[in-house]
Design a protein around this ligand. Structure first.
Ligand SMILES: NC(=O)c1ccc[n+]([C@@H]2O[C@H](COP(=O)([O-])OP(=O)(O)OC[C@H]3O[C@@H](n4cnc5c(N)ncnc54)[C@H](O)[C@@H]3O)[C@@H](O)[C@H]2O)c1
Length: 421
């Protein structure tokens, strides 16, 4: 038997179950599979040490396999203490020889210990979901920065943090905002978060959504998806937004639009997807109806002010997995997944079909960084539009959809000014 790579996972005995899960997800990821096949031949990541800090799910495992096929040596740690699928982590170590540090339910101290173990690998490329690894590199592990060719980032919150670092002049490596590819955020954030957030809420609570009032806080790409799917389940949806353009968009999409003070009194289920903090604060919670359910699908666990809730109402009581009851005055409030990403904690995260495109972008970002080594400066880049076109074409083809082509004369017309009324 081969010796195992360095790891810290819950139970290696779960490996075979994890392998089946990875394989099942892989079947729904045809775009990533094609990239993996090309990587296997061309080895664009030959000899590259890559550390990834991502949700350790079956879809991420398929990304790891594509990167490995490209020649990279890998280490993986979790980008959230609650999102790890322990069977997948076990399989990555035992079946695929990939160094993995991730335990579902790990505390903050172990979470950072795992990030440090990933960085001990002295990576040349890093990959983040939320920018925790790159932040550690720029703070406590600065000596490793000189080894890093570049980094890529999966989510809106991470991109916001990285742009803030670039603005402050502290970003020391080139970064690809994989999130900002159209084939990522238009699909993953909207349809992925939309479906999997509802899935997480239902798996945790088993409530009936039909006839309920669902308050969606934030009407960005994720919020649009959650609102759309909640409406589809028969809920009345109220959107809370701070951006007037997006609030208007929500109104014209047919949703009620209210300030949080008002929506707090009306909702049965609340979902935050703002990327910011305290979209729901203690004052809002005090206004809520008895029995209100609170869930977050934004990246960090600060969107609902859980700390203030705990200061006021104590540590609460766990009623079912991922459902904690708090008594606030005379009311009961139910917080899901401790205010962490409900879709990845109480369900399995996005369906593989959508992660197919997100992770195609991540794999291509790694290739782009290596190909352009030395040519990029320390700022946040977006992959070229041609990559989006290519990923979308492959996805459409795999779905058996047709695509119309412009004729030469149509193309000329669209690129000229002479023809008019
Ligand atoms: N759960 C997941 O699997 C998943 C997937 C993708 C992204 N995310 C995360 O979800 C969050 C949202 O991502 P996005 O792509 O929709 O971002 P976005 O920037 O497109 O949208 C966020 C919206 O929230 C609004 N907003 C900010 N603060 C607010 C407040 N206090 N009250 C009301 N509205 C407020 C903003 O105006 C904006 O319209 C980010 O943290 C992102 O990283 C999670």
């Amino acid at each position: 038997m081969k010796s195992l790579p360095k790891h810290d996972v819950t139970d290696l005995k779960l490996a075979d179950q994890g392998r089946l899960k990875i394989d099942w997800a892989g079947r729904q990821m045809p775009v990533l599979r094609q990239i993996q096949e090309r990587f296997k031949k061309q080895k664009p990541l030959r000899g590259i040490r890559l550390a990834a800090c991502l949700h350790v799910t079956a879809e991420t495992a398929n990304l790891m396999l594509a990167l490995k096929a490209g020649g990279a040596s890998l280490t993986l740690c979790a980008s959230n203490p609650l999102s790890t699928q322990d069977d997948v982590a076990a399989s990555l170590v035992k079946n695929y020889q990939i160094s993995t540090f991730a335990i579902k339910g790990e505390n903050n101290q172990i979470y950072y210990k795992h990030l440090n173990r990933a960085l001990a690998f002295k990576p040349q490329l890093t990959m983040d979901d939320g920018a925790d690894l790159v932040t550690l590199l720029h703070t406590k592990k600065r000596s490793l920065l000189k080894l890093v060719i570049g980094s890529s980032e999966e989510t809106t919150t991470g991109v916001i943090r990285l742009r803030a670092m670039a603005k402050d002049g502290v970003l020391a490596v080139p970064v690809i905002a994989a999130n900002d590819s159209q084939t990522k955020h238009l699909f993953d954030n909207r349809y992925g978060t939309g479906q999997s957030t509802i899935d997480g809420i239902l798996r945790a609570t088993n409530i009936l959504l039909a006839g309920k009032t669902v308050v969606v806080v934030g009407y960005g790409y994720c919020g649009k998806g959650v609102a759309m799917r909640a409406k589809g389940m028969g809920a009345q949806v109220i959107v809370v937004e701070v951006d007037p353009v997006r609030a208007l968009e929500a109104a014209m999409d047919g949703f009620a639009v209210e300030a949080m003070e008002m929506a707090a009194k009306m909702g049965d289920v609340f979902v935050t997807v703002t990327g910011g903090k305290h979209g729901i604060n203690l004052n809002h919670m005090k206004k809520m109806k008895d029995g209100s359910i609170l869930a977050n699908a934004g990246h960090f666990d600060v969107e609902i002010d859980v700390r203030a809730l705990k200061q006021q109402a104590g540590k609460g009581q766990l009623l079912r997995p991922f459902v904690r009851q708090f008594i606030l005055g005379k009311k009961k409030l139910y917080l899901l997944a401790d205010g962490r990403l409900v879709n990845l904690s109480a369900a399995e995260g996005h369906p593989a079909e959508v992660m197919d495109m997100s992770f195609a972008n991540q794999a291509l970002a790694a290739e782009f960084l290596v190909k352009n080594q030395g040519k990029l400066t320390s700022k946040v880049y977006v992959l070229p539009a041609s990559v989006d076109q290519m990923v979308a074409k492959l996805k459409l083809k795999s779905m058996g959809k047709g695509l119309q082509k412009l004729t030469a004369s149509q193309e000329r017309y669209l690129n000229s000014w002479q023809e008019g009324t």
